[in-house]
Design a protein around this ligand. Structure first.
Ligand code: ADP
Length: 572
């Protein structure tokens, strides 16, 4: 831009300079015209007058012409034989109109190039002309100093400009580098020192704001992480939703609890609000949503289902997002009752086989001449009771290890598809006998880093129970219905006899059986589901059950994709 401007100024100045030097020559010739006119008289001999005049001036080759107003040449010191009419000559045309003018052109009379200057004096026009020779060219040459000056200004300006653009360019390329690093999601934290100029200040501010933004983002992430952890470890079910009802955050207990009390089974957190039992919460949200609330609204309801009481609380925030929390308020009572019962149960469970072994052995030892057939029968009974005792002790030891020494369990990557296939193969003779079909939907191919034998126990116990208690001709299906970055969500379903609602919430208790006699006959210890629950907890998950009599039983449970040694200390 500056170069363009300089060129325009130079051309303009150049033209002015040229005009100026031309005017100087014009002025000189005008002066000669005046002198000649003052000396001229029709009575004197023009030739002598002109010769005298030329003798007095330095320009010896001056051409002098006198023309009348009709363009006829009256006198010309080149003394040609014939002169054309000069009426239309450029300089004369203007001179006739009273403007003393000049022209640089080739003479049509002599064929030579001249600088003409004409002056109008009433009846005549006096015209002096100088041949356009090197001397005249020299006189017309413009002052070079001006060009040198312009060049000097240009150089100085270019120098300043280059320094300036270099410093701005530096700042801009640093800013660009900074932006590129951000775009490539690299850490731009390396020291960005910007030059000490206005743009540098702005850039420094941008970087400062960026760092501030990053810090705030990091702090927010930490806060979010805290909330997530709190959600994860809380004993309540939590879920946060945006104004349009989509999930922002939830913990695994949320779906579990909903499925515990709702008639409808849900598989996605967003479906929770549609369950019939949450109608009062739904109405509350509808009433306040989008009403430009100026305060945070709260609403709570309690649901009593199968002996369990849930407190459901909804908090509607100012931005129309809302939180649902579900608290199992019957659990605390239940836990203390369970602890009391546990010791009694263990004693009771051990007592039964021990006393029957004792009884049989006593009979063998005290009855003389016992029939060898009978003796063999009693010994067999002793053997099966001791196997039962061994099973019981094994289950108790697994449970104890789970609650006391979780870190003793070895962790490795376990392919759940393979594990389920293995169980299916083992159980297939029993399933065939009872005309049971089995389907699995593990399309997302869950792989869990956990303890193989505990994971096996989970699926195996659920499978054994379904085969043992759900009835014949039923269908069993296992599904991984959801996955989030940390957890897999499974369902294990059978369409068998179901569990009466008064028992459904107690089946995870140690030694709890729906039908004691039947369970014992099936070889059950009453600890199967307790092991399942604790093994799920060991894998940082939660389990719940939902059952409808003569329709179906579904277990919903979550398993963490990856558990570390540190995490393996689990609750009893
Ligand atoms: P058990 O050793 O008696 O099998 P569990 O803890 O495994 O103990 O199961 C507790 C009770 O839950 C069982 O006695 C049984 O009555 C009931 N149960 C478990 N799974 C099912 C099912 N799929 N269908 C019906 N009843 C079941």
């Amino acid at each position: 831009m500056f170069l363009g401007f300089m060129i325009c100024v130079t051309i303009f100045q150049f033209k002015r300079e040229k005009k100026f030097s031309e005017l100087k020559v014009h002025e000189l010739l005008q002066n000669y015209n005046f002198q000649l006119h003052s000396k001229y008289s029709p009575t004197i001999k023009v030739d002598t007058m002109v010769e005298d005049f030329i003798n007095d001036i330095p320009e010896k080759n001056l051409r002098i012409t006198i023309i009348d107003l009709k363009g006829t040449v009256i006198y010309d010191n080149t003394h040609q034989a014939k002169y054309d009419n000069h009426y239309m000559r450029e300089e004369l045309r203007y001179a006739r109109e009273g403007v003393n003018s000049y022209a640089i052109r080739t003479s049509k009379t002599t064929g030579q190039h001249y600088f003409y200057s004409a002056s109008y004096f009433g009846n005549f026009i006096f015209r002096c002309a100088l041949p356009y020779n090197p001397k005249l060219i020299d006189a017309l040459a413009i002052n070079k100093n001006f060009i040198y000056f312009m060049l000097f200004i240009l150089l100085v300006y270019m120098f300043i400009l280059s320094r300036f653009t270099l410093s701005i360019g530096n700042t801009i390329s640093k800013l660009r580098e900074f932006a590129l690093r951000l775009e490539k999601q690299q850490d731009p934290s390396s020291d960005f020192k910007f030059p000490n100029n206005e743009l540098g200040d702005i850039s420094n501010n941008i970087v400062t704001f960026y760092n501030l933004h990053q810090r705030v983002k990091h702090d927010l992430m930490v806060e979010r992480e805290k909330i997530e952890k709190h959600f994860q470890y809380a004993r309540e079910g939590f879920a946060m939703f945006s104004a349009d009802g989509s999930e922002i955050l939830s913990n695994i207990l949320f779906i579990q609890f909903i499925n515990t009390f709702a008639d409808l089974s849900i598989y996605q957190t967003e479906e929770a609000i549609n369950v019939k039992e949450l109608a009062p919460i739904r109405d509350f949200i509808k009433k306040h949503l989008g009403k430009a609330n100026t305060r945070v609204w709260r609403h709570a309801v309690t649901i009593d289902k199968g002996g369990k009481i849930f407190l459901i609380e909804c908090i509607l925030f100012l931005d129309d997002s809302y939180e649902l929390s579900i608290n199992d308020i019957s659990r605390q009572e239940e836990e203390s009752r369970m602890k009391q019962q546990l010791t009694q149960n263990i004693a009771h469970e051990l007592k039964t086989p021990v006393s029957s072994i004792q009884g049989y052995l006593e009979t063998i030892l005290t009855v003389k001449n016992l029939d060898p057939e009978k003796e063999k029968y009693f010994l067999n009974r002793c053997y099966s009771q001791s196997t039962r005792l061994a099973d019981l002790l094994h289950d108790i030891s697994v449970l104890n290890r789970l609650s006391e020494a979780g870190s003793l369990f070895e962790l490795k990557e376990t392919d759940i598809c393979e594990l389920v296939d293995d169980i299916e193969r083992t159980c297939s003779p029993e399933m065939e006998k009872k005309h049971i079909t089995f389907t699995k939907n593990l399309a997302n191919h869950p792989i869990i880093k956990g303890n193989y034998s505990l994971l096996y126990s989970i699926f195996r116990n659920l499978m054994d129970n379904a085969i043992a208690y759900a009835g014949t001709g039923i269908q069993i299906s296992v599904r991984c219905y959801k996955e989030d970055p940390k957890f897999y969500y499974f369902s294990f379903e059978d369409n068998g006899v179901g569990i009466p609602s008064k028992h459904v919430n107690r089946i995870f208790e140690r030694f709890y059986r729906v039908d004691k006699g039947r369970s014992r006959k099936m070889g059950g210890t009453g600890l199967g589901l307790s092991i399942v629950k604790n093994a799920v907890r060991f894998h940082k998950g939660r389990i719940s059950v939902k059952s409808e009599l003569n329709k179906r039983t579904i277990f919903f449970f979550t398993l963490k994709k990856y558990i570390s040694i540190k995490e393996t200390k689990t609750e009893a």
